[in-house]
Write a protein that binds this ligand. Structure first.
Ligand code: PLP
Length: 428
């Protein structure tokens, strides 16, 4: 095992000079590669092209005969609600289908809670002295941006291989009534690709919370996104689990077809208990007369049912798998014989989470940038953009073609080693 810390100064200087030579060879190629975008590539978007034509000019009625070209149907067409309900293993009556973005629904859920409270609140959250949220880290930067926007204080809790560290979560929520909620990406989490264990889900559903109106933001963005369709992860239906534990109102669940059909023109849903659904509807009725139901109809016509979704996800997996394999191969070849980095080998989702030598992630990302490769800024996977250990880098393999992915990850590995060697020498 190569350890820069254990090397003599001479050997370290030799190692740095050979790494610098490799680095400058890459630099001479004047790359301009972007590895920061966790979005589907063109081939993935092409899989859903039939959606542009699958509705005929007379296909504008939903299954109840409602004319979807018109205003109305606040909670989405019944067949779209049934489709999400089947995928999420819940009841259609507990699902509201809206526009193209689940993030939008999450933002609205927090905004409503701040302005009006939620069932179980004795006042709007914004009237509390302090509101805080538990943020499993590393996590999704946009979750943190939403909570930050509303002045909600964010408390880091580390992820484990089973999900968030539940000893810490249980202790925090039991003793601090200012903790009103928690972000969770339960399947193939962003960025670690970790799926919560059943025990973690059960603890989340049953734990005692000092705040009576505590909410879990259960962002099931990657619930049908394995990279090998023969080996997929799942979690229990959190709505039933919370109900079983006497906390039916605890969870707001979110999902969308952003990474099933078209990321910019999909459909999204919020699922929740009966009481939560009536509360949400009482507010969205003032926000909109109804969502884009024609897009909902064409999604159902195209995907049909949960099996149709799984079939589509096999096609996505076939495109994504070689990219994930290629990244993991390069990381293994370049870094597994050193003690300077570790990474997750996700079975699904959109990201690979790399942990470089403590205190060097910012330097690594800067070295990559100077070599023409852009990664998500170091720190972005933590609340306030601050990774206390300056170690995590999010790799997003989906968008670039393989011939761009390979040099980008090689440059990442050389930069990781260079930064670690310079740190061992005391230069960083
Ligand atoms: N949630 C997570 C965890 C994500 O990673 C993403 C996109 O990367 C989203 C939500 C965005 O979803 P949507 O396109 O439905 O707004």
């Amino acid at each position: 095992m190569l350890s820069y810390e254990k090397m003599s100064k001479d050997d370290l200087l030799k190692e740095i000079s050979s790494l610098e030579e490799r680095y400058s060879q890459y630099k001479e190629k004047n790359y301009n590669l972007n590895m920061s975008r966790g979005k589907p590539c063109k081939e993935q978007l092409d899989l859903s092209d039939e959606m542009a034509t699958c509705l005929g000019e007379n296909d504008y009625k939903d299954q109840s005969g409602f004319d979807c070209r018109n205003y109305g149907i606040l909670d989405g067409v019944p067949e779209a609600r049934a489709l999400f309900a089947e995928v999420l293993a819940t009841n259609a009556k507990n699902v509201i289908v809206q526009g193209n973005s689940s993030l939008n629904l999450m933002y609205d859920a927090i905004s409503r809670a701040m302005h009006f409270g939620v069932p179980g609140s004795d006042k709007p959250w914004c009237k509390e002295d302090k509101v805080s949220f538990i943020c499993p880290v590393p996590g999704y930067d946009r979750h943190f941006a939403v909570t930050n926007e509303f002045g909600i204080e964010m408390i880091n809790v580390p992820m484990t291989s089973q999900g968030p560290d539940m000893d810490k979560v249980e202790d925090l929520v039991a003793n601090d009534p200012s903790i009103k909620g928690m972000w969770c990406v339960p399947v193939y989490s962003n960025p670690d690709g970790i799926t919560y264990s059943e025990e973690t889900c059960r603890k989340l559903a049953s734990m005692k919370t000092a705040a009576p109106d505590f909410r879990i933001m259960w962002d099931n963005a990657y619930c049908v996104h394995p990279i090998d369709s023969n080996d997929s992860d799942s979690v229990p239906d959190m709505l039933s689990l919370c109900e079983e534990c006497g906390n039916a109102n605890r969870v707001f669940e979110f999902a969308s077809t952003s990474k099933v059909t078209w990321a910019g023109a999909g459909i999204a849903c919020i699922a929740a208990s009966d009481e939560n659904i009536s509360y949400i509807k009482s507010h969205i009725t003032l926000q909109t007369i109804g969502p884009d139901k024609i897009n909902q109809l064409r999604h159902v016509k195209f995907l049909k049912n949960a099996d149709g979704v799984y079939e589509m996800m096999k096609k996505h997996a076939a495109i994504l798998r070689p990219k994930f394999i290629s990244v993991l191969e390069i990381l293994k070849n370049e870094l597994s014989m050193t003690d300077i980095a570790n990474w997750n080998e996700p079975k699904g989702g959109y990201f690979i989470s790399l942990f470089v030598k403590l205190g060097t992630a910012k330097t690594v990302v800067a070295l990559c940038k100077a070599c023409g490769v852009e990664f998500t800024p170091a720190g972005a996977t933590f609340p306030y953009g601050k990774d206390p250990e300056d170690s995590n880098i999010r790799i997003a393999p989906s968008f670039p073609p393989l011939h761009e992915l390979t040099p980008a990850i090689e440059i990442l590995c050389v930069s990781t080693k260079l930064a670690a060697a310079r740190k061992a020498l005391g230069e960083i």
